[in-house]
Design a protein around this ligand. Structure first.
Ligand SMILES: [Zn+2]
Length: 138
């Protein structure tokens, strides 16, 4: 997609620190790292987000996210990693080319992933469950 910064990175038309690339995905360093080693895994083909990505790309993105997470542990001494997707504007997606964040985690890195939960009411769980159950057929 013309004008898409991640398409440019995937086509090697933009300066970036690429760790790995194959026919379907590219892995590169996030320029605004949350922790040292923060990576992005993107499909080389433009998809806006999870809603429109083709399954074979999703499989390859997931496979590389796992592989690179383990590399982060082995190379940097991370003791875990998060795989995170911001899917859609309200989920704080800022670049509208699907990307998985692979964020290495370190002991005492003081990041709290769980948003000081719970923020939704526990009393709503069964009602929400019933709605989702009625719409799930995967
Ligand atoms: Zn793109």
């Amino acid at each position: 997609m013309s004008g898409c910064v991640f398409c440019k990175i995937a086509r090697n038309e933009m300066d970036s620190l690429i760790l790995y690339r194959n026919d379907s995905v590219t892995v590169f360093m996030d320029i605004n790292p949350v922790t040292p080693g923060h990576l992005l895994v993107i499909p080389n083909k433009h998809f806006e987000n999870m809603n429109d990505v083709e399954d074979q790309y999703l499989f390859e993105i997931a496979r590389l996210s796992k592989k690179m997470g383990i590399v982060l542990e082995n190379a940097l001494g991370a003791t875990g990693f998060n795989v995170l997707v911001a899917n859609g504007r309200s989920a704080q997606q800022s670049v509208f080319h699907l990307h998985f964040h692979v964020i290495p985690r370190y002991e005492n890195d003081s990041i709290d992933l769980w948003f000081d939960r719970p923020m939704a009411r526990k009393s709503d769980i069964r009602e929400v469950y019933a709605l989702l159950k009625a719409h799930s057929s995967a």
